[in-house]
Design a protein around this ligand. Sequence first.
Ligand code: B12
Ligand code: SF4
Length: 498
Amino acid sequence: MRVLLVHPSPLIFSEIYLRLEPLGLECVGGAVERAGHEVRMLDLQVFAHRDFHDALAAWRPQAIGFSLNYLANVPEVVDLAIAAKRQLPGTHVFVGGHSASFVADGLLAHADGAIDCVIRGEGEAITPRVLEAFAAGGGLATLPGVVTADGSGPPPLLISDLDEMKPARHLARRRRKYFIGELDPCASIEFTRGCPWDCAFCSAWTFYGRSYRKLSPEAAAADLESIREPSVFIVDDVAFIRPEHGDAIAAEVERRRIQKRYYLETRADVLTRNREVFARWTRLGLRYMFLGLEAIDEEGLKAHRKRVHLGENERALEVARELGLVVAVNIIADPDWDERRFEIVREWALSVPEIVHLTVNTPYPGTETWLTDARRFITRDYRLFDVQHVVLPTRLPLRRYYEQVVQTQSILARKHLGLRALWDTAGIALRLLAQGQTNFLRMLWKFGGLYNVDRLYGDHEREVRYALRLPERGEQRVVRPSRDDLYVHHPTAVAAGS
Ligand code: B12
Ligand code: SF4
């Protein structure tokens, strides 16, 4: 079969700081290729909608698969599915990915027949079987994790051996467009899947049923060695939870003499506990680290059920500074904040050398806050669920809240993207320019045009054609939300294999 895999357009966030290859779609693409199909991938982060329609006309794919990790991309994907079915009525359309897994029924309803099925959970093992069912003309609704308008199959199964799931990176054309900050160009890699913690605002753990699986050190290093880019984003939810695993990969990297620069994300307590493994990776080229601090007070940390204390966060920042890493941290802005609270956060952010990001508290489907807070939404417009817009009632009038968000983000951005920063990074910018890499330089100037009160506030006025469905009333009555209501991969189905 001719299979076209499509990643939707970027959201505000990735228009400024970074743009990364669609690793999940590449993993699915690899599995589909191994099953003998002809695969092409179109990443609308770096291609235009026009290219999508051109590809349909010229290549006439028999199946089109959309990746939907981000809720804010739902309207775009639904519209593209409808347009694709109009242009090629015989083609099969399927959707998968993180967010799609939590809102499968809503997607099918919005698309009104234009999406044949949604694939919940990991896509590698099941997608070839879905393509077989398309070819056979039936049997979709009996497959694990597959949801159709006529019913759903059994719960999705986790794949048993991650080593076999090699991403088909060759499917990503225009690879030089992927970057994160000055790591330009930058590829992505995965060493582990899943997260054993259970933060209230996060759906990483509910997607994978709190499982945590690792690639073998040999497979991880072999994948790394196959990457041509000089920089690599390690996309694991929490890097190096198991220090012996991080060490074993490091040993392989040393043995193979792989030289790259790395960016990773981890938790404060993991960094302080496993300092040595991070130090070893720093010697191997680790430069940047993202730490999700989430709050600067004990009360906030408790509310997010982050299971770390303030002292631990502070110690982690000290460790990262000692290792010479550039650290970006995230703070979640609560809708309850007033001007004084934003002021405190700004003062704190300016007092530390780290890059500080502010995101707005957003209860996503699949999180515990979704069950407790969704009834309070002021909007159900998917496009606003991007952690930059506000979806819950604010204590301040909405516009004033946005003024505070933008003012805070601008001050934080000036700290790192302004003239002073440009002066500090002039050498890097010139080196990249000489190599024809302009992503980093463009990033330095884009901020003001994208983050502004009129745009963010004005986005609430747009016509809403597709509205997020709220949890069933029954779910709402749950006082202590049951995890069973949230999981995509259920813990009992974990390791059942493919
Ligand atoms: C790397 C990453 C990013 C990268 C983007 C990479 C990219 N181009 O896709 C960056 C850093 C840019 C990013 C940004 C953001 N991210 Co992010 N990100 C992740 C992260 C940590 C890993 C994603 C990944 O590559 N995983 C590895 C691959 C192999 O897995 P995968 O993509 O899930 O793919 C598998 C399945 O989902 C499925 N699948 C995927 N696509 C398809 C398609 C088909 C057809 C099928 C059948 C199956 C399928 O099969 C794949 C293989 O098993 C996830 C957390 C997570 N664990 O998934 C969060 C996550 C996806 N991000 C999230 C969020 C909130 C954001 C941001 C909005 C905010 C923020 N501050 O992080 C921004 C905005 C993104 C944007 N588009 O602009 C949320 C999603 C929430 C939601 N429901 O919308 C997640 C789940 C983190 C979380 N728990 O909060 N992110
Ligand atoms: S926020 Fe991080 S530590 Fe918490 S559940 Fe999500 S991925 Fe795990």
